[in-house]
Design a protein. Structure first.
Ligand SMILES: Nc1nc2c(ncn2[C@@H]2O[C@H](COP(=O)(O)OP(=O)(O)O)[C@@H](O)[C@H]2O)c(=O)[nH]1
Ligand SMILES: [Mg+2]
Ligand SMILES: [Zn+2]
Length: 305
């Protein structure tokens, strides 16, 4: 049985020249929802590769063997690198409050890299069972001032985890990003039972590459909601365009949007610039300044190359 109608699909896995595609929009083709697809040979995607997370049109559907052909690729909203995954809607920057210890400068860098993707960014703090309630309140207050309402998880209490799960089930495609050892795999295994990715105590983290060879994959967590499983993924320090930086700090862009502050120069970098009206008394201002300085160094080095 074959059907020649076209359907919209989502690439959830990729192997060699094959793609696993989920039907989108709850389209009902019997009980079939996943198809193993190849790309139509005559199609030229303008040298574009197809990535996990891409939306594609499938055709020539073979219901019996669950095969189909990809005939076109939809325009993608964004593309994350290493590993490559397209159309992320939410990044959950994930850090542990202890073991390993919170490194604020690193949290800042991950948040900024995530913000530079132009997606919704949230902050998750794991291992809150290892700190006091007082310390937890202190951190919530700190990150609140950074512009993030942190989600604090505690393996021994599931209420916050259940809230997070409910939230993820409302989002299109989410990903946890953070350094090694903070509990990302533990979280994935809790959200997707049966996944059984290997977790490792922090002290074993030196032995790298153990589970880094598996490919990136999307898991359905509710109707039309997906979670990215990215073994061994650490967000590399992205090089962010210096002109973008003021737009990636809530403490800065909220002053511009909510309070209508205007500097003399439209592209003011809010350093010691003449006519700068930004209120610089926020904790991350020093990180911001450092980032601008180091981007400037990169910027001028690249100009010389
Ligand atoms: N105390 C505590 N330990 C946790 C928690 N979540 C994860 N861990 C431990 O932290 C270690 C690293 O976790 P893993 O999920 O492999 O981290 P990943 O490198 O971010 O994927 C493991 O030994 C976990 O058991 C938590 O909420 N509390
Ligand atoms: Mg892991
Ligand atoms: Zn300014």
């Amino acid at each position: 049985m074959k059907t020649n109608s076209k359907y919209l699909g989502l690439v959830t896995k990729k192997f060699n020249n094959f793609f696993l595609v989920d039907l989108k929009n709850q389209e009902n083709l019997g009980n079939s929802e996943k198809f193993l697809c190849k790309v139509r040979k005559s199609i030229n995607f303008k040298d574009q590769l197809i990535y996990v997370g891409d939306e594609v049109v499938i055709n020539n559907i073979d219901l019996k063997n669950k095969r189909a052909i990809i005939t076109s690729l939809k325009k993608r909203k964004n593309l994350l690198v290493r590993p490559s995954v397209a159309n992320i809607s939410n990044i959950y920057v994930t850090f542990s409050v202890k073991e390993p210890e919170l490194n604020l400068s690193q949290v800042n860098r991950f948040l900024i890299s995530a913000e530079s993707m132009g997606v919704e960014v949230s902050l998750v703090l794991t291992k809150c069972d290892l700190i006091s309630d007082k310390r937890r309140s202190f951190l919530l207050d700190k990150f609140g001032k950074w512009g993030y309402q942190a989600i604090t998880l505690n393996l021994k209490k599931s209420d916050y985890f259940n809230n997070l799960l409910a939230e993820l089930q409302q989002k299109e495609c989410s990903i946890f990003m953070g350094p090694s050892g903070v509990g990302k795999t533990t979280l994935l295994n809790m959200i997707i039972p049966g996944l059984q990715n290997s977790t490792a105590p922090v002290s074993n983290k030196i032995k790298r590459g153990k589970n880094t060879t598996r490919n990136v994959e999307l898991f359905s967590i509710s109707n039309q909601s997906y979670l990215v499983d990215t073994p061994g993924f650490n967000m590399q320090s992205l090089e962010v365009d210096i002109k973008l930086l003021p737009h990636l700090y809530p403490e800065i862009y909220k002053q511009v949007i909510d309070e209508g502050i205007r500097c003399k120069f439209r592209n003011c970098l809010h350093l010691n610039d003449e006519g700068c009206n930004l209120n610089k008394s926020f904790e991350r201002y020093s990180f911001y300044k450092e980032m601008i300085e180091s981007s400037k160094t990169h910027y001028y080095q690249n100009q010389e190359d």
